[in-house]
Design a protein around this ligand. Structure first.
Ligand code: MTE
Ligand code: MO
Length: 432
């Protein structure tokens, strides 16, 4: 004979099974936040734990579909730690530089850049991706198919938004005012896009990929296309371009594209389609949403702010330029006369050869100790021991140089959408 308590528990399970929305309302006393339930639907235990930020010891007692009370508030940054939120519809949030200090960016500190509305379903068991277009054998694959039919690899890969650094343009360029934190280097596990395309058999007419995801246009208007970008076939066939199903050894965070996404390191983050449902192999440059006009494109010459630029004078932004970030000390920290300075440096399709530090506004520079990348597409960690001659205010400047000898500039020319700003990072410190 079950105790009352057990019966009550069974009733709750039934209730959630019968009517999850109603049960949710009963629990929270109001209509659930529009995105909250969809956001959690299909979330496995690992995702749920990542989002509440802890293991859930009694998870076996949780009715299926229960939304943890931790999410009762409209906290769109659940499972994230210390990110700066710019917008919540769509969600856009960057990581303060000092929280990017880890060699591998924890999921909780990986930035979020959404253009549209989240997909309603993110169920890994039901997910499918279609490879079609200019291929001999079009295929539709589940995540299990990907795991079983291809070599599974884990790589540390940089995703940086094309608009990272936009906040430093003067006059301001419109869009999210990213400072330095629209970048991260997580460990991504998945299969090589190259292997999947090879199995599908590229036709000689294949020139570009077109990526599609399950998110929808922000307006809710089904006739409007969500973001869909692509890359030249050569880039798609690079060893470090992955179709990923794990982020840092766990389920991908819902905001970072669960359960399946592309990771195209070193190119504008927009190439790394989240909630991936299709790779359409094209016989021309992909013409999806945000491939044309001024989206992820730069004028082919320096232009004055406000200057009219003809469509044909724009070129697609491909690899991202040489860049670095100082992750320690934190901006405005008080430090001792001897301090370790550290951070990361990265560049699209090249490697970093040198990282120099200045504490005297660029008059003299000291070499930092720079690590090799752990794999191609990873950022490179660096550190330097810095001595300050006396108490006072200093700025630490960091300047990376890539394998072609290209160095980060003090400032870059303005461009209409504020892309690819790789000017040096500066951190203020006071020596006490
Ligand atoms: N489906 C889909 N994929 C997307 C986006 C999006 O809005 N929808 N945003 C892109 C942009 S602009 C960037 S910078 C990266 C950001 O990845 P993250 O949110 O995991 O940091 O995702 C890209 N992939
Ligand atoms: Mo982006």
């Amino acid at each position: 004979m079950p105790r009352d308590q057990d019966r009550a528990g069974d009733g709750l399970h039934d209730f959630f099974e019968r009517d999850p929305e109603g049960a949710d309302r009963a629990f929270f006393g109001r209509v659930a936040h529009a995105d909250r339930r969809g956001f959690l639907r299909g979330a496995g235990l690992a995702t749920m734990a990542a989002m509440v930020g802890a293991n859930i010891p009694f998870h076996r007692n949780m009715p299926a579909g229960l939304v943890p009370a931790a999410f009762a508030s409209e906290n769109v940054l659940m499972g994230k730690d210390g990110l700066t939120l710019f917008n919540d519809r769509p969600v856009n949030a960057e990581t303060p530089a000092h929280l990017l200090d880890d060699a591998i960016t924890p999921t909780a500190r990986h930035f979020i850049r959404n253009n549209g509305a989240l997909p309603a379903e993110m169920d890994p068991a039901a997910w499918q991706v279609t490879i079609d277009g200019e291929v001999e054998n079009p295929m539709t694959l589940s995540i299990d198919d990907l795991r079983n039919q291809f070599e599974v690899v884990t790589m540390a890969l940089v995703i940086e938004c094309g608009g990272n650094g936009r906040a430093f343009f003067d006059p301001p360029a419109s869009g999210n005012q990213w400072t330095v934190g629209a970048v991260g280097c997580a460990n991504w596990t998945g299969v090589r896009l190259k292997d999947v395309l090879t199995k599908a058999g590229l036709k000689s007419s294949a020139v570009y990929t077109g990526h599609e995801g399950a998110d929808t246009h922000l307006s809710g208007d089904a006739s409007k296309a969500p973001i869909s970008r692509g890359v030249p076939i050569d880039k798609a066939m690079t060893d470090n371009v992955l179709i990923a199903f794990e982020m840092n050894g766990d389920a991908i965070h819902p905001m970072n594209g669960a359960p399946l996404r592309l990771v195209v390191p070193g190119w504008p983050g927009s190439c790394s389609q989240k909630w991936l449902t299709r790779v359409w192999v094209r016989d021309k440059v992909h013409d999806g949403e945000k491939m044309g006009g001024s989206s992820y494109r730069l004028p082919n010459r320096p232009v004055a702010p406000g200057e009219e630029v003809a469509k044909e004078d724009y070129v697609i932004l491909e690899r991202m330029p040489v860049k670095s970030v100082i992750t320690f000390p934190e901006n405005n920290a008080t430090v001792g006369a001897e301090t370790e300075v550290r951070g990361h440096a990265w560049v699209g399709d090249r490697t970093i050869e040198a990282l120099d530090i200045s504490i005297d506004f660029g008059a003299t520079w000291q070499k930092a100790n720079l690590d090799a990348p752990v794999n191609s597409g990873a950022w490179q960690n660096w550190r330097a021991s810095v001595g300050f001659p006396q108490a006072g205010y200093y700025e630490i400047w960091a300047r990376a140089t890539d394998s072609e000898g290209v160095m980060q500039p003090f400032r870059i020319d303005w461009n209409p959408k504020g892309y690819a700003n790789n000017m040096m990072h500066r951190v203020a410190v006071r020596v006490g």
